[in-house]
Design a protein around this ligand. Structure first.
Ligand SMILES: Cc1ncc(COP(=O)(O)O)c(C=O)c1O
Length: 442
């Protein structure tokens, strides 16, 4: 500390003796930045990056998790490529007494993004993982053990089903699927050994809006944790911990990274659940690669504006689609015609740009003609980037607790950052191709 007070005097003397030395000015700036920081006391990194209260969401997205003083004034944290962390003394090594102890546990880069996500979602903590799927696994392994019972929502991302049915089962965890519209009725499925209830709201293909607060309240009464895959809601538009959730999961690969160029997962949690996540993470270290972490940290700074634009474009296109004669129904929680819209209005502050359409057409050749005629909509599974996508899916093929009634085809649409008019023109071309393929097939 003393150096911070003595150094400016030496530098000022140096400037008087060598007035042309520009470096001195920079050093004074640097030292004052550090003085400001040091005035906060000997806090740990975690305390330093605590959010300022009452900031708007865009401001929080831009500022949280950044400690520019620690990066010599650079706006963004550097990418720390590292495994080994050197300790100053044998005593410190024995006590693991260092802000960072090992590359897989945390680096200043990962900590910056973890802090930003936890701050936005108002969690007690966040850990990053190598992809969304490993985030789901980390969350489940944090709260489940042999002999436990898991309640899993029937509209869940399919690989989550796979983890439950083919992985957790091997370790003696039993799973029961439930209707996304179950609400407080979930209590009837609770068993003495029910340890976790896992929801995805809305479901990322069929977009049912579950009554999350009612489900979480029933789970809490039974002493079970409630987990949510909050990838669609993002840390901006749904605040899970204000609705009774214990653990929230993000495929940060989607809107947080936002550019379809990295794989990343995040698990945030509160209270006892956060302790469990932190302990399990420490054992398993399902950590993300530092460059992908950096892409997430870069992406999150513009997420608020990307999502605002994508939400607006998504709603405009969903409304346009709902007027098309080929479309039986649009499934977009922000549209009043979509079942569950009232829940969305009650619990969410925005909508991301992923939704589905149910077509009257069942003929696969005609639906393929629609998809193949699209030029601006790519056909790819991962969403949340800057580009638009359209893919077919079939909920009837995997649901077990509920029956999927619609007999026509289903298309999932992701709206990116292109001009809405161009996307609508593209879809119009698709419908021309669909109609001509359908009539040729009759
Ligand atoms: C809702 C949802 N959760 C989790 C994931 C998994 O994310 P990742 O692709 O990063 O493993 C996906 C991926 O498509 C998803 O759609």
């Amino acid at each position: 500390m003393i150096v911070l007070y003595v150094a400016p005097i030496i530098i000022v003397l140096n400037m008087i003796i060598h007035p042309s030395n520009a470096n001195s000015v920079l050093w004074i700036k640097y030292i004052y930045l550090n003085l400001e920081l040091s005035s906060e006391g000997d806090e740990k990194m975690n305390d330093k990056i605590k959010p300022k209260k009452n900031l708007g969401q865009a401001t929080t997205t831009v500022t949280s998790g950044r400690v520019v003083q620690d990066y010599f004034g650079f706006v963004n944290p550097p990418v720390y490529h590292g495994s080994t962390v050197l300790y100053p003394t044998a005593e410190a090594f024995r006590a693991h007494d260092a802000p960072y102890v090992y590359g897989s546990k945390q680096t200043p880069t990962s900590q910056s993004l973890e802090c930003a996500i936890a701050t936005l979602e108002r969690a007690d903590g966040c850990h990053l993982t190598g992809c969304g799927r490993s985030a789901i696994l980390l969350a489940l392994l944090s709260v489940l053990e042999t002999g436990d019972h898991l309640l899993l929502i029937d509209n869940v991302y399919r690989p989550t089903r796979n983890i439950a049915d083919n992985f957790l089962k091997k370790f003696g965890v039993e799973t029961t699927y439930f209707d996304p519209n179950i609400g407080a009725g979930i209590k009837n499925l609770m068993r003495e050994n029910t340890k976790a209830v896992f929801v995805e709201c809305p479901g990322s293909q069929t977009f049912e809006m579950s009554d999350v607060p009612a489900i979480a309240a029933a789970a809490k009464q039974q002493g079970a944790f409630t987990l949510i895959d909050n990838t669609w809601g993002t840390p901006l538009y749904f605040k899970p911990f204000e609705h009774g959730i214990d653990i929230s999961i993000h495929a940060a690969t989607k809107y947080i990274v936002g550019h379809s160029d990295a794989m990343l997962g995040a698990v945030t949690a509160v209270g006892e659940a956060w302790d469990a996540v932190a302990q399990t993470y420490d054992m398993l270290r399902l950590n993300a690669g530092v460059d992908d972490v950096y892409f997430g940290q870069r992406g999150i700074r513009t997420m608020e504006v990307r999502l605002a634009r994508q939400m607006k474009s998504g709603i405009t296109i969903a409304e346009w689609l709902s007027e098309r004669p080929e479309v039986y129904r649009v499934l977009h929680p922000a549209l009043p015609s979509t079942p569950g819209h009232d829940i969305w209005k009650r619990d969410f502050t925005g909508a991301s740009s992923l939704f589905s359409i149910l077509l009257h057409e069942r003929n696969e050749t005609a639906v393929n003609a629609f998809l193949n005629a699209l030029n601006l909509f790519g056909m790819g599974a991962s969403w949340g980037g800057y580009e638009s996508l359209a893919i077919p899916f079939d909920p009837a093929s995997y649901r077990t607790a509920t029956k999927w009634e619609h007999s026509g085809s289903c298309i999932r649409i992701h709206i990116g950052l292109e001009n809405v008019e161009d996307l609508i023109d593209d879809l119009e071309e698709g419908f021309i191709a669909l109609n001509s393929a359908a009539s040729a097939d009759k």
